[in-house]
Write a protein that binds this ligand. Structure first.
Ligand code: NAD
Ligand code: MG
Length: 389
């Protein structure tokens, strides 16, 4: 019998992390949890440890470690608590690990994802920001080590399912579908006044707060455009973005013979997670079957880049190349955090993101240390502009 695959879940307390543990919990014969990581929600992390009995749990600092250890002494005494950013790379690259779910949000996920890539793991990539910041380095590390990189972002997972081979000359374009977010029909004049709660109330998907705001600004689709370029070796001009408000078609591939292959399903992240875990097989994900009778219709629209400039900004950053996507990503993480904190308005997000990109120097990418320095500098520039609002 094949031995169980050992899984490290980076960001287990988040939306993707919780869904991952749900799928893993359905298949105790196939998978065992090797390590978990959390940042703030320690009581959830403790409960996850009690249920999944990992060898390691990672927290950001010593205070969190003391709190978690106290809870685990009763709940899961065999779990060892590790501390800090480097510990994330340890559980990502550990020789006993087979599969790494990269589900930390933001550029904070880059270093452990790279560590998993260098160690040749099967990486289930939810953390799209790591490809946006360091696409070239991450893809190179995967190639050098023979790691397997499987996209979990629903659109990229769909495209992966629709492609029959890599670099297929018969592919004409990739069609990224976008839900359009909660403000798809909100007039430009009203967008400046929308609240974080409205922005986080996504019509189809339940997600973390940062990606929810990104979906509302369409920056998420912009980040996904960059992500698709790296994953599938495409240029931005090879990618069409289509607004599809029902989120039933998760993306499509257009072929030279006129065929368009689409992947469909209920909007539930457990489908791409299960696909990544089991690929090239399939396993039950606990997802409700798609009910065609209940669908009112499938509709398609062109995205409005006047109301949602972030989509165009991301395409511009990708075309500029080098460190430009890393600069835009860092600016966006800061503006989204400021919007969620009530410090700036919704339309300040694209405005400040663009200003940071214009004010920063773009250079060719050298290494991770350079990219992390670029990330820090762009955050300072963004914070100065945020203070001026
Ligand atoms: P979330 O906010 O719900 O969870 C984020 C996780 O990262 C949490 O476990 C948190 O503790 C951890 N974390 C946050 N900051 C950290 C830091 N500085 N250091 C270490 N850990 C940290 O986010 P999410 O919705 O689960 O999204 C996670 C990633 O997956 C994001 O990159 C997002 O773009 C991507 N993604 C999410 C969805 C979705 O449906 N939620 C879909 C596609 C892609
Ligand atoms: Mg997506």
């Amino acid at each position: 019998m094949k031995r169980r695959q050992r899984v490290s879940v980076l960001g287990s307390t988040g939306s993707i992390g919780v869904n991952t543990l749900d799928v893993l919990g359905r298949h105790p014969d196939l998978y065992e949890v090797f390590a978990l990581s959390g940042f703030r929600n320690l009581s959830l992390l403790a409960r996850q440890c009690a249920q999944h009995r990992p060898t390691y749990a990672v927290v950001p600092d010593r205070i969190a470690a003391v709190e978690l250890m106290a809870a685990l002494s009763l709940l899961s005494p065999q779990t060892e608590v590790l501390v800090g950013e480097e510990a994330l790379s340890v559980i990502a690259a550990h020789r006993e690990v087979d599969i790494v779910m990269a589900a930390i949000v933001g550029a904070a996920g880059l270093s452990p994802t790279l560590a998993a890539a260098k160690a040749g793991k099967r990486i289930l990539l939810a953390n799209k920001e790591s490809l946006v910041v360091a696409g070239h380095l991450l893809m190179q590390a995967v190639q050098d080590s023979g790691a397997t990189l499987l996209p979990i972002d629903s659109e990229h997972n769909a495209i992966f399912q629709c492609l029959s081979k890599v670099n297929d000359p018969a592919v004409v374009s990739v069609v990224l579908t976008a839900s359009g977010g909660p403000f798809r029909q909100t007039p430009l004049a009203k967008l400046a006044k929308v609240t974080p709660e409205q922005a986080c109330a996504h019509p189809n998907w339940s997600m973390g707060r940062k990606i929810s705001v990104d979906s509302a600004t369409l920056m998420n689709k912009g980040l996904e455009l960059i992500e698709a370029c790296w994953l599938f070796n495409l240029q931005p001009s090879d990618i069409e973005v289509v607004v599809h408000p029902q989120s039933v078609i998760h993306s499509m591939v257009r072929y030279v013979d006129g065929s368009v292959i689409a992947q469909m399903g209920a909007p539930d992240m457990r489908t791409p997670i299960a696909y990544g875990l089991a690929w090239p097989e399939r396993i039950d994900a606990g997802v409700a079957p798609l009910d065609f009778q209940a669908l009112s219709g499938l509709t398609f629209e062109t995205p409005d880049t006047e109301r949602f400039p972030c989509l165009r900004l991301a395409a511009d950053a990708m075309a500029l190349g080098g460190t430009a996507p890393a600069i835009l990503n860092a600016a966006n993480e800061e503006t989204v955090a400021a919007f969620l904190a009530g410090d700036i308005g919704f339309m300040d997000i694209p405005r400040i993101n663009e200003q940071v990109l214009v004010q920063s120097t773009v250079n060719p990418v050298i290494d991770v240390a350079q990219l992390l320095a670029v990330d820090r500098l762009a955050r300072v520039t963004a914070k100065n502009l945020i203070e001026g609002v």
